[in-house]
Design a protein around this ligand. Structure first.
Ligand code: AMP
Ligand code: MG
Length: 494
């Protein structure tokens, strides 16, 4: 590697500094002919970087891994994980590298990491690479989630490497630069609990508390409180997913962050027709990670985190199990509270109603959607339109839906009028535009097969402002044909 590139980021690398035995120092594999495909300029500014500098040849060389930016200390992080319920003791960054951390303009510590930057000691049989399509897919969907107000890792850049990646066919390779609150996963705890012991788990837990939950630093029972705090964030995160029809697709414990951000956009998708059993991932044959399973899985993952913390929670193992179990058993209650808050906002219901009655009203609406295979996003948005005085769309959507007039009567009786603020909140909870699968696939195909980034840029612009309806973008608000959706599959490890 050549002399260090200029100082694009003001790195301050706490993971490298504080957690010496938790990673392997490693270097990215240089790309043979890097081309900048996409730079997230506003995110670069947020990180205190100069987008114009990042778009120069030197900047692109840095974003390709060809010249390390000054201050970067690239590492591959060690982690384990439960994948589809089975424990894999040895995963780790097989095709990712953490370049370092910056303090952003709002004072938040953020990781800057590569995905697709070549093999590492954790690559096992993988090639360490990422194809352009999946890199752009992560870019699109993570930015869509961010625009929807959902905690998520972000995408800073995609650089095509000029090298081919061998998949079912040869595909152009890419490096995605990902920004995260951190990359500590439940699987990180599992790795150190399995291979090292309680003292290293404590070191990691102390690091996570300092970085993500500083209010717990002086707690009398910090590790139990950490478990509860992570559970709270995950309970809310999954409720937010459900509110926009998001299916993560591969909720393995190595893909669940301690920070509460959505991470790892592999076989994820937005649901169209409402269906709790909806699943698009090609490898999820039993629907373990279906739309409606996600809160149960988050709780299951939290239990795996709890197991790693038991020795720290109480030296008496029975007492530790009892305390941790109480936290895990509280998860459904927390999740249900977030779910109710989110769906009340979607339906424009204030907090005055009786919780059980509101839950029934919401559930009955969802049952109507699922029995009639109605598009979740369109139907919810039509409720907003009706509440805002434009009932025509709801009427036409529900035209032949048996039972809808009765439901609508209950809905109107429950909340006859709404304040402008309540309507605004309702609008912000019911997007017009999600990253619909057929548009995502069309954009990726144009980029990968025809070198045409225009559909990607157009779709990105649409999903970056999801709540304001624009007649020119009408096509992006429409679901795919059922022939498309019935055969739609997303892929992992791509
Ligand atoms: P994922 O399914 O992306 O969450 O990845 C699960 C594990 O497989 C992680 O340890 C990844 O680093 C690793 N992995 C996935 N794809 C590759 C690849 N192409 N080369 C090396 N490791 C990979
Ligand atoms: Mg992963």
């Amino acid at each position: 590697m050549n002399a260090p590139a200029p100082r694009f980021f003001a790195f301050d690398n706490s993971y490298v500094r504080d957690l010496e035995d938790f990673y392997v120092r490693w270097k990215p594999t240089p790309a043979s002919k890097p081309v900048l495909i996409r730079l997230n300029e506003s995110l670069a500014v947020e990180l205190g970087a100069d987008p114009a500098a990042l778009a120069t040849d030197e900047g692109i060389a840095a974003l390709a891994g060809n010249r390390l930016p000054e201050g970067a200390e690239p590492i591959a992080q060690a982690y384990a994980g439960h994948q589809f319920g089975g424990f894999s003791p040895q995963l780790g960054d097989g095709r990712a590298l953490l370049l370092g951390e910056v303090i952003d303009r709002q004072g938040r510590r953020r990781d800057i990491a590569f995905k697709g930057s070549g093999r590492t000691p954790f690559s096992r049989n993988g090639d360490g690479k990422c194809a352009l399509g999946p890199a752009l897919r992560e870019y699109l969907i993570s930015e869509a989630m961010h625009a929807l107000g959902i905690p998520t890792t972000r995408a800073l850049a995609v650089v095509a490497t000029g090298d081919m990646v061998r998949r079912e066919r040869a595909l152009p390779g890419a490096v995605l630069t990902r920004v995260a609150a951190s990359h500590v996963r439940v699987g990180t705890f599992e790795f150190f609990a399995t291979h090292r012991g309680p003292e290293q788990v404590r070191q990691l837990a102390d690091y996570v508390i300092a970085r993500h939950y500083p209010q717990l630093a002086d707690s009398a029972q910090p590790y139990l409180d950490l478990l509860a705090a992570v559970g709270e964030r995950q309970a809310e995160l999954v409720a937010r997913w459900l509110g926009v029809g998001f299916i993560h697709g591969v909720m393995n414990t190595d893909n669940m962050t301690l920070s509460g951000e959505t991470i790892d956009y592999g076989p994820c998708a937005f649901m169209e027709a409402y269906d709790p059993a909806a699943v698009f991932s090609s490898i999820d044959r039993h629907g373990r990670y279906a739309y409606g399973q996600q809160s149960g899985i988050a709780r299951w993952n939290l239990a795996r985190l709890a197991e790693t913390l038991l020795p720290l929670i109480d030296p008496d193992s029975d007492r530790a199990v009892q305390a941790a179990t109480a936290v895990i058993d509280a998860f459904p209650k927390h999740h249900a509270a977030h779910w109710l808050r989110i769906f009340r906002t979607k339906l424009g219901l204030d907090e005055s109603g009786e919780a059980a009655e509101d839950r029934a009203l919401i559930d009955d609406f969802l049952v109507l959607l699922s029995h009639n295979r109605l598009d979740f996003t369109l139907a919810c948005r039509a409720l907003f339109d009706a509440a805002a005085g434009h009932p025509a769309r709801l009427a036409s959507l529900m035209d032949s839906v048996e039972g809808f007039p009765v439901w609508q009567g209950r809905w109107q009786a429950r909340q006859p009028t709404r304040s402008p603020a309540a309507l605004a909140a309702m609008q912000q909870a019911n997007p017009c535009y999600i990253a619909r699968n057929h548009h995502v696939e069309a954009a990726l195909a144009a980029a990968v097969d025809h070198n045409d980034l225009a559909p990607f840029e157009r779709l990105l612009a649409v999903i970056q402002s999801p709540f304001d309806e624009r007649p020119a973008d009408a096509a992006y608000g429409q679901p795919a044909s059922s022939e498309f959706t019935d055969h739609y599959m997303t892929f992992c490890g791509t």
